[in-house]
Design a protein around this ligand. Structure first.
Ligand SMILES: Nc1nc2c(ncn2[C@@H]2O[C@H](COP(=O)(O)OP(=O)(O)OP(=O)(O)O)[C@@H](O)[C@H]2O)c(=O)[nH]1
Ligand SMILES: [Mg+2]
Length: 247
């Protein structure tokens, strides 16, 4: 659900006449939320079918702000572009900063500016793709808005959802935000070059992920040094082949 809506909801509560009004407002908000999510699911299903038909492997990244999504994506795009036709969409509330960074990989990139909305929705992906020919792509990457809560409810039609957590955030994010880990397919621990300096407990981080998502595949990478990128790229290649998207 949109964070901005929650804000106006708080305003309504202050001005309401009593508990009855409050309950009614709550019921209507739940209905609106269900409709928005249903509409998103329908669009996401359509997108997924389009991606499959065009043979585009779509991967999305979710994490808290600053976990290293853009740095990891820039590295991934740069390493993949020799062999694959890749492109990226990136969502932020404001600025085109991340698109400018990703454009350094010299692949097609588009920024989605969401304004007050704290996540990407299928409709935004659909709109951003209007002037791109999907048949000319092998892989499309989508960086979601930095947020560990809202993006978990919105299917974007992706084939693979990747949740990132960095060594600078502590080990317990999965236990605190289980839903986002439960709606992702694989986890990536980023900024491994900073692990020692932050006294990051890698074993505890793995245990934390496995506690909410047993047997979840976990990659450990550093976008700064390139450590761990080989395993990650090998996984992407094999997943793409498994999904029989090889043209
Ligand atoms: N040392 C080190 N720094 C990193 C690494 N990855 C990212 N950073 C730094 O961490 C900061 C945040 O990285 P971003 O890639 O912008 O993170 P993000 O998740 O895209 O952030 P938002 O889009 O704002 O949510 C930047 O200063 C990066 O240079 C890494 O592997 N090692
Ligand atoms: Mg970013």
């Amino acid at each position: 659900m949109r964070c901005a809506d929650t804000g106006s909801y708080a305003g309504q509560r202050i001005g309401s006449n009593g508990i009855g009004d409050y309950r009614m407002t709550q019921t209507r908000l739940v209905e609106v939320r269900q409709n928005v999510l249903k509409h998103n699911d329908v669009l996401a299903r359509e997108l997924r079918a389009r991606f499959e038909k065009a043979g585009v492997y779509v991967v999305s990244f979710v994490s808290s702000p600053g976990s290293g999504k853009t740095a990891f994506l820039e590295k991934t795009l740069t390493l993949l572009r020799e062999k694959y036709r890749v492109a990226a969409l990136v969502g932020d509330l404001a600025t085109e900063n991340d698109a400018a960074r990703l454009a350094r990989a010299e692949v097609p990139v588009k920024q989605i500016v969401t304004g007050t909305i704290c996540h990407l929705e299928a409709q935004m992906i659909k709109k951003s793709l209007e002037d791109w020919d999907l048949n000319e792509l092998d892989c499309l990457f989508v960086e979601n808005v930095g947020n560990l809560v809202c993006p978990s409810s919105y299917d974007l039609g992706e084939a693979l959802r990747v949740v990132l957590m960095s060594t600078t955030e502590g080990e317990d994010k999965p236990r605190k935000y289980p839903t986002i880990f439960n709606t992702a397919d694989v986890a990536v621990i980023t900024k491994m070059d900073l692990a020692e300096a932050c006294e990051f407990d890698l074993q505890a981080a793995h245990a934390s992920i496995q506690a909410v998502r047993p047997r979840m595949k976990i990659f450990e990478v550093s976008s700064k040094t390139g450590a761990g990128m080989d395993k990650w790229l090998e996984f992407l290649r094999s997943e793409r082949e498994t999904k029989q998207l090889v043209k």
